[in-house]
Structure formats: structure tokens, C-alpha cells
Design a protein around this ligand. Structure first.
Ligand code: CAA
Length: 275
């Protein structure tokens, strides 16, 4: 299939049927749920799982019927307990570097998806699992969620961006503490430190994620996508250039039918119906 051709997720079941480790389902109109599905090893990420995740993200990127993506882990214990240690134990130094590059590329693709991505952290999010959650646009957590970068306990460093994204999210001092002790944070602390937006009882996590996703899915798709691009690209720019980019994108948004509809609806006192 041409990677540029838009698709409906409902029409590509044959492309997802052979996956062993990932589930991608349309959960409600405009909202898809991607589940890392290796509960016996707490959803640990090996190279095959990363390859399937990569394919799933390609589908999401071109799916016209996905406006928000939710990501979670199978079972009640873990979101993702890290990169697969049994897999990594067999790797040479060079293979370790390639494995890190594979994870980095997949997580970068996730970060750059056109649609917002919400991590529903339903248990352990350690090492590669914390790195996966940090590559989403924001996180909601269950009360049993645990976050950490325990690579130091295994005699290695983070490999899927943890030393960089954690530092940007919680600041250098706290990142250094977490990275050098391998200590786990509970959900409440992760929320206090700005890693997690909201914490819910585990049974309510998916429902609350759906409610938030539904709110986003009713907005202008184009405005949401442009906003994500601004936030993603702007965080690595200086303020001056980031604000120049924002004025450009603001102007661009004036060329869209959704701008016509949104402003007309406000002035006519009705709800907008976006394209
Ligand atoms: N890789 C492979 N297998 C894993 C795993 C991982 N990251 N995490 C858990 N498992 C497996 C266990 O080996 C165990 O398998 P068996 O039933 O066959 O023995 C099963 O999942 C259940 O795990 P536990 O029995 O250990 O469950 P627990 O409740 O006692 O402990 C835990 C839970 C604290 C999360 C513990 O499993 C743990 O510490 N896991 C490893 C966490 C970790 O170190 N993650 C970082 C990996 S390195 C990394 O991610 C590098 C990077 O940046 C890319």
C-alpha cells in the first residue's frame, strides 16, 4: 500500500491482523486505542513490538477516521515495564545501539503524529515504558501507576530518550535524581512534578481518557493539528523564533474552512460544525 494514501482504520484490518504484540482498535468515533499487548512480560518492548508499533503509527498517521489516539498497556499491572531485558541481554554493543536507534525513531514518529496522543498509564511505566509515555502529548495515570528510569540498576543508561525527555519534563535536578537512583515515583508524585495531568482510580482511567479524547475530537481537526505542531516544534526553538512560527501558523489557520465556521458559529450564537 502507498504510505501516503489516506485510509480508514476500519478498512485496513488485514494490515493489523498479523500483529502479535499490538492491538489497534477504533474505540469510538474518531478515537483509537492502541494497546501494547504482552501482559506476561508486563508489556516489555522487544524489537518485534517496536516494529509493530512503527507500523501501527504509520496507519494512524494516514487514517482519516482517527482524531485522537489513546495508548495503554494490556492487563492491570503495567503500562510498559521497559525495554525487554531478555531481548537486550543477547545484544552486542553495536546491536544495542541499533536497538536504541529503533526505539528512538519509533518514539519520534509517535511524537510527530498529526493527532494528539494521550498515554493512559495503567501501572508500571519504567525505562522504555516511561520513555513511551513521555513521547505522548500528555499522560493520565491510574492510582497504581509507577514511573521510573531504572536502567542504572541494569548497568546501562536509558536508550529511548529517557535522559533527554525526563530532563525537559521535570527539570535537570529531579531528572538526575531519578536517573541515578532508579527510584520509582508513584502517580501522585508524578502529577506533582508535572509528568502526569490527572490521576484516577484504575477502573476509571479508560473512561476518563475517553471523555478527554471526545472533547478534543469535537474541535477543529486542523486547528488541533496545527496546535500540536506549534507545541512540538516550538519547544526546541528560542522564544523569538517560536513566536514568529506561531504568527505564521495563526495566519495559515485563517485560510481554513474551520476558521469560517468557528467564527461564524460564535457570532451567530450556535455550536460550530467543523469539517
Ligand atoms: N523485560 C523483560 N521481562 C520483564 C520486564 C522487562 N523489562 N519486566 C518484567 N518482566 C517479566 C518478568 O521477568 C516476569 O516474567 P516471568 O513471569 O517469566 O518470571 C514477568 O514480567 C512479571 O514480572 P515480575 O515477576 O518481576 O513482577 P513483579 O510484580 O515482581 O515486579 C516490576 C514488577 C517491578 C516492574 C519488575 O518486573 C521489574 O523491575 N521489571 C524491570 C523494570 C526495568 O528494569 N525496566 C527498564 C528496562 S531497561 C530499558 O527500558 C532501557 C531503555 O531505556 C530502552
Amino acid at each position: 500500500m502507498n504510505s501516503q494514501v489516506p485510509v480508514c482504520l476500519s478498512e485496513v484490518a488485514d494490515e493489523t491482523a498479523h500483529w502479535q504484540n499490538i492491538l489497534l482498535e477504533q474505540h469510538a468515533e474518531g478515537i483509537s486505542l492502541l494497546t501494547i499487548n504482552r501482559p506476561k512480560v508486563l508489556n516489555a518492548l522487544n524489537a518485534d513490538t517496536l516494529a509493530e508499533l512503527d507500523q501501527a503509527l504509520d496507519l494512524v498517521a494516514k487514517a482519516t477516521d482517527i482524531r485522537v489516539l489513546l495508548i495503554t498497556g494490556a492487563g492491570e499491572k503495567a503500562f510498559v515495564a521497559g525495554a525487554d531485558i531478555a531481548h537486550m541481554r543477547q545484544l552486542s554493543a553495536l546491536e544495542g545501539k541499533y536497538f536504541a536507534e529503533q526505539g528512538m525513531a519509533v518514539f519520534r514518529k509517535l511524537e510527530n503524529l498529526p493527532v494528539p496522543v494521550i498515554a493512559l498509564v495503567n501501572g508500571y511505566a519504567l525505562g522504555g515504558g516511561c520513555e513511551l509515555a513521555m513521547s505522548c502529548d500528555f499522560m493520565l495515570a491510574a492510582e497504581n501507576a509507577r514511573f521510573g528510569q531504572p536502567e542504572v540498576n541494569l548497568g546501562v543508561t536509558p536508550g529511548f530518550g529517557g535522559s533527554q525527555r525526563l530532563t525537559r519534563l521535570v527539570g535537570r535536578g529531579m531528572a538526575m535524581e531519578l536517573l541515578t537512583t532508579g527510584r520509582m515515583m508513584n502517580a501522585e508524585e508524578a502529577q506533582q512534578r508535572g509528568l502526569v495531568n490527572h490521576v484516577y482510580p484504575q477502573a476509571e482511567l479508560l473512561g476518563e481518557g475517553m471523555k478527554l479524547a471526545e472533547q478534543i475530537a469535537t474541535k477543529s481537526r486542523t486547528a488541533v493539528q496545527l496546535t500540536k505542531q506549534l507545541v512540538q516544534r516550538g519547544q526546541d526553538l528560542d522564544l523569538e523564533n517560536a513566536c514568529v512560527m506561531e504568527s505564521d501558523v495563526f495566519g495559515l489557520s485563517f485560510s481554513t474552512p474551520d476558521r469560517e465556521e468557528g467564527m461564524a458559529a460564535f457570532l451567530e450564537g450556535r455550536k460550530p460544525v467543523f469539517s
